[in-house]
Design a protein around this ligand. Structure first.
Ligand SMILES: [Zn+2]
Length: 302
């Protein structure tokens, strides 16, 4: 465990907003603090890198049992990729924090030049071509050339990164002028966060180290030479997240003792209908005023 100042401005006037949130296994207690200078919340202390590698190991094991033929790109990811109008000939794509490599697999299968990088994921697929395209290292260790990529993507990645400032600087260096950067990250300043407080899924120790507001992110990216081009909403995903959070909340508070991991199973049809209707109305209201629970943003490199 490493106590530190803000990962962006290094100031250490810590304001504890949610002390002692437990991780899913209730092994450690984590504290989220807020930096008013940057308008972000972050985990303090950060877990050690070795603990994170051990933690993410479970996904590597999970991935080994998965058939790559089942990989697909759908939802907002598909809408954004369609919007980018990728070219098989001229685009060089990098998926940062590619995890199991779904996007790398699907886009390379469709003929695009894409690489993936993830310090926590070791690919062990039967598909040698796929393994080669996924680099198990930190981005600053990869040595990509200046202005190399025309598209950089970070799907649910930035919130996991322990040195986001260095990451954004490196992404700026390797992205060509006119190139695009896609970021999908939980939005800290939303009604969902206000409603769910520390149960908000944007907090997720030990994985989610930083919680960003859309505006803070726009400012940080602008300082690195990126301008916001388009914002996408993802009401279906946001609704699904809210529903699950509500089930877990009611499971803990009302149905004490219920142990079902798939929390919705502890609720009857009418309760499920009510949770569904509430989540639908809540997320649509958020979308109406532009406060999406997940920020899905496309930036252009100036
Ligand atoms: Zn700060």
């Amino acid at each position: 465990m490493k106590y530190s100042g803000c990962p962006f401005c290094a100031k250490s006037n810590l304001k504890y907003i949610y002390p002692e949130i437990s991780d899913p296994e209730n092994v450690y207690a984590f504290n989220y603090v807020y930096c008013s200078n940057c308008d972000i919340a972050y985990l303090n202390p950060f877990p050690e890198e070795s603990d994170l590698i051990a933690h993410y190991g479970r996904y590597v094991e999970e991935a080994e049992t998965q058939d790559v033929a089942e990989f697909k790109i759908d939802g907002v990811r598909k809408r954004i990729i369609d919007y980018l109008r990728l070219s098989e000939k001229s685009d060089r794509i990098l998926d940062i924090g590619c995890g199991k490599g779904e996007t790398v697999y699907c886009l390379s299968r469709d003929g695009y030049a894409i690489d993936g990088i993830d310090p926590y994921f070791v690919p062990r697929y039967d598909n040698a071509g796929l393994n080669e395209r996924i680099h198990t290292k930190r981005i600053d260790e990869a040595g990509f050339p200046d202005n190399h990529f025309t598209v950089a993507m970070m799907w649910s990645t930035l919130e996991h990164m322990s040195d986001p400032m260095a990451l954004l600087r490196e992404v700026s260096r390797i992205t060509a002028p006119g190139g695009r950067l896609v970021i999908s990250v939980p939005n800290f300043r939303t009604f969902q966060h206000r409603l769910l407080k520390k149960q908000w899924p944007g907090f997720g120790p030990p994985e989610h180290l930083v919680a960003y507001t859309s505006r803070a992110l726009e400012k940080l990216l602008f300082e690195q030479g990126f301008k916001l081009e388009k914002r996408f909403s993802d009401p279906i995903y946001d609704q699904w997240m809210l529903k699950n959070s509500l089930y877990r909340y009611f499971q803990e508070t009302v149905k004490k003792g219920a142990k079902n991991k798939q929390a919705s199973k502890d609720f009857n049809k009418i309760e499920r209908l009510l949770v569904g209707l509430f989540s639908f109305a809540f997320v649509r209201t958020e979308a109406l005023v532009g406060r999406y629970s997940t920020s899905n943003m496309v930036f252009v490199k100036l």
